[in-house]
Design a binder for this molecule. Structure first.
Ligand code: HEM
Length: 405
């Protein structure tokens, strides 16, 4: 099977359900392989890292997309995301990223730990109440979604009453990050984008009138003082990105993590007796079943090559994070889930200019939540088969039913 066939199958239903057999085939083709006209895929850990860290590989930004496919402009979901840091290049990218990064300082995130501990306890109380009759509880809805959405909304300053509508909206919006065959599949994504943009337009206006000590107020103030630092459109796009990126992926980290603990009871025991550290578990879950499986870059300069494969200007490189995380040249026993391996260094948070701004926060949430969950419910067990979301890029469960005793 060549690179083109592998990418094609990854985008199909079976590839989305379980991409790992296809990644193994991709590794057999080498660290980088052509996968269609003007396209290559980076599957080796070093190759993927090189692409992410080289600023000569940029993201497909608003201007490029509009040139390449004018139809793009008819989809508010794709347009909204293209105005965020995730899909912008230098110099816009550095200007806006530094504003957001000034809030996600290591010190500020570390100071959130007591609030995360309290939120975890409250959610475990909620699960206990829900499962008190011995019936099943959906871990995804009852915990994995609620913890990160609560934390990011607290940071942003989104009122508590509004939070629970975001799960469906984020799921719909992020369809725009997947490979889709037919643009009509973006209808729900566009509706979600319009609703989220409308929501933050109102919240921004409220905070402009009556600022609070939160991230929406801080960014609104920057935009109001000088819209060349942050335009109104960029403000909205990045507020929506922060909300959605702030919980969608972390929800999947928690869900993928619990499913792996069910499959590997020795890891769960190790977490309770100290043989497995919460940080080691988190890194290995990220490596073994990454919530973000793939990103892509465009070669912006002439003369670029990755591991000997030339990438002419304008060509696309798919960075297969989930494959790089299981690169047999980088990891011993790459297909074995081993939270004691100690050298995971997964590429799950990306690398280089777009390295995830929420990595420390996501790690904190997982490291607090997983041991607390097992301590509270020592007999936690699956209550029927979980259902996966039918996604390639953002990998996680829709439902993960559990019993508490
Ligand atoms: C960027 C993964 C949690 C905010 C990224 C990227 C990845 C990623 C792979 C880079 C994409 C690329 O290079 O194309 C994850 C994973 C998470 C997580 C796996 C959880 C397990 C979070 C959280 C937040 C967040 C909690 C916010 C609080 C962002 C932002 C960017 C980003 C704003 C864009 C950075 C930029 O373009 O400069 N994330 N993320 N993420 N992430 Fe995360």
């Amino acid at each position: 099977m060549d690179g083109e066939a592998i990418i094609g199958q990854l985008m199909g239903r079976e590839g989305r359900a379980d991409p790992y057999p296809l990644y193994r085939r991709a590794h057999a083709l080498g660290a980088v392989a052509p996968c269609g006209p003007g396209m290559a895929m980076a599957v080796g850990h070093r190759a993927a890292n090189q692409v992410l860290r080289n600023p000569a590989f940029g993201v497909a930004d608003h201007g490029m997309r509009a040139d390449f496919d004018p139809e793009f402009l008819n989809h508010s979901s794709a347009v909204l995301l293209s105005r965020s840091v995730l899909e912008s290049n230098a110099p816009h990218h550095a200007r806006v990223r530094s504003l957001i990064a000034s809030v996600f300082t290591a010190r500020r995130v570390a100071a959130l730990e007591p609030a995360v501990v309290a939120a975890v306890d409250a959610l475990l109380d909620g699960m206990a109440a829900q499962g008190s009759d011995g019936g099943p509880v959906d871990f995804m809805d009852g915990f994995a979604f609620r913890l990160p959405v609560g934390v990011i909304c607290e940071l942003l300053g989104v009122p508590e009453a509004d939070r629970y509508r975001f799960r469906g909206l984020a799921a719909d919006l992020t369809t725009a990050l997947e490979f889709i065959a037919d643009p009509s599949e973006l209808t729900a994504a566009d509706e979600a984008a319009d609703e989220l943009a409308g929501y933050f337009t109102e919240l921004a206006a409220e905070r402009r009138a009556r600022p609070k000590d939160d991230l929406v107020s801080a960014l609104v103030e920057v935009a109001a003082a000088d819209d060349t630092r942050l335009s109104g459109q960029e403000l909205l796009a990045n507020l929506v990105l922060l909300l959605v990126a702030g919980f969608e992926t972390t929800t999947n980290l928690l869900g993928n993590g619990l499913a792996l603990l069910f499959e590997h009871p020795e890891a769960a025991t190790g977490l309770l007796d100290g043989a497995v550290t919460p940080a080691g578990l988190t890194d290995e879950v990220l490596r073994f079943d990454s919530p973000v499986q793939l990103t892509s870059r465009i070669a912006l300069a002439p003369g670029l090559a990755v591991e000997g494969v030339e990438t002419p200007p304008g060509s696309a490189v798919f960075v297969l994070i989930g494959a790089a995380n299981r690169d047999p040249d980088r990891y011993e026993r790459p297909e074995v889930f081993d939270p004691t391996r100690g050298d995971s260094q997964p590429l799950s948070f990306g690398g280089g200019a777009h390295y995830c701004l929420g990595a420390q926060l996501a790690r904190l949430e997982s490291a607090v939540a997983m041991p607390a969950l097992l301590r509270r419910f020592p007999r936690l067990a699956p209550a029927g088969p979980p259902t996966r979301r039918d996604r390639l890029v953002l990998r996680g469960f829709e439902t993960l039913p559990v019993t508490l005793r």
